[in-house]
Design a protein around this ligand. Structure first.
Ligand code: ATP
Length: 332
């Protein structure tokens, strides 16, 4: 099957800065794909390369099987929703949404009808005559989305589109974006540094670091089987166990990781155990997060809030199932 977007050994260097370095990636048609990574890891540059605002230093990007080398942004079947929305303040909402069609020379009646349909899609029907200054942050976000959707792109590029919204609104928009994407069947490529956003929305996630994709896969896979210390630490919280500690548990001298929620105080024959000193306990509402010092490492465990703990500084034995221990590829 042809990929919606395919990166073939794509690099974008700015002088000595390797913003994107030899990226290979296939994004399927209709997929909700998240690019996740810390600031400066190359996500936005990847998006701009797909949009055509940047050109690769080497390699090629194909959109639906067609090379984009030399293809200007307006000739690509993609649209971008920017973090700052980039709405025109002097135009009303309807004109903002219809703008792309106007540039394409589509007549007024047709483009206004299409813009109204796009506004309906993002639940802003009837807001067309308002100015952008008369909208809330969430509504502006929807206008920016409508303005991209009106062009009926095959691929929608979203660069931290929810970054400017407060938490409640962001969560509501996450669900809406997801259902809109499913309903329209458009390929979404979504850039974020927020791991919970990526995990909850995407069909697949690529984790970026230093211009490279360090791991790509389904959210469950990225979370449950991180391949490196970087991914284990960046995606959710994790306990990374040093090779010496892993060796004591399993006989293998390797880096491993285990999630705090997989650790308990239960005793059981098949469980791996670590005994240390309780150094801290914080009530987080649903769970109590404890910190236990084992050798020179601190291990965190999330326990049900009602579990009784030994006194401060007392010895405590943590346990987890063998399958909860995830082996990492980092050199020991
Ligand atoms: P953020 O989450 O902060 O947006 P990002 O992962 O999207 O980060 P990029 O914006 O792709 O990262 O930047 C990757 C690297 O390339 C950074 O070191 C950045 O400073 C550098 N970079 C990006 N654009 C340019 C440019 N036009 N000129 C020089 N360096 C650039």
């Amino acid at each position: 099957m042809t990929s919606a977007v395919a990166f073939r050994s794509v690099s974008r260097h700015f002088g000595a800065v390797k913003a994107v370095d030899s990226v290979d990636l296939d994004i399927g048609e209709g997929e909700f794909f998240a690019m996740l990574g810390p600031s400066g890891s190359g996500k936005t540059t990847c998006l701009r390369l797909v949009a055509g605002f940047e050109q690769p230093t080497s390699g090629d990007i194909a959109i639906f099987g067609e090379s984009t080398t030399g293809l200007p942004p307006w000739r690509r079947a993609v649209n971008t929703v920017f973090q700052d929305y980039a709405l025109f303040p002097h135009m009303n909402i309807l004109e903002n949404v219809a703008y792309g069609l106007m540039v394409k020379g589509i007549d007024r009646a047709t483009r206004h009808k299409a813009a109204e349909e796009a506004l309906d899609l993002v639940k802003l029907g009837g807001y067309g005559t308002r100015k952008t200054a008369q909208l809330s942050g969430g509504q502006r976000q929807r206008v920016a989305l409508a303005r991209a959707l009106v062009n009926k792109p095959k691929v929608l590029l979203l660069d931290e589109p929810l970054g400017a919204l407060d938490l409640k609104l962001r969560e509501a928009m996450q669900e809406e974006l997801k259902s809109l994407q499913k309903a329209l069947g458009i390929t979404f490529i979504f850039v974020t540094h927020d791991q919970s956003e990526a995990l909850s929305m995407a069909d697949r996630v690529a984790v970026f670091n230093n211009g490279h994709i360090v791991q790509a896969g389904a959210p469950e896979e990225i979370y449950q089987q991180p391949k490196t210390r970087f991914v284990a630490n960046f995606v959710g919280s994790s306990n990374v166990l040093a090779p010496t500690l892993t060796e004591r548990l399993t006989g293998e001298r390797r880096w491993t990781s285990v999630r705090p929620e997989q650790i308990s105080l239960a005793a059981g024959q098949d469980r791996l155990e670590l005994t240390g000193t309780l150094t801290n306990a914080s009530f987080l509402g649903a769970v109590r997060r404890i910190a236990v010092r084992v050798d020179d490492q601190v291990i965190h465990a999330d326990l049900p809030a009602f579990v009784e703990l030994p006194g401060e500084k007392g010895p405590i034995t943590l346990s987890f199932e063998r399958r909860s221990l995830n082996f990492l590829d980092d050199a020991a």
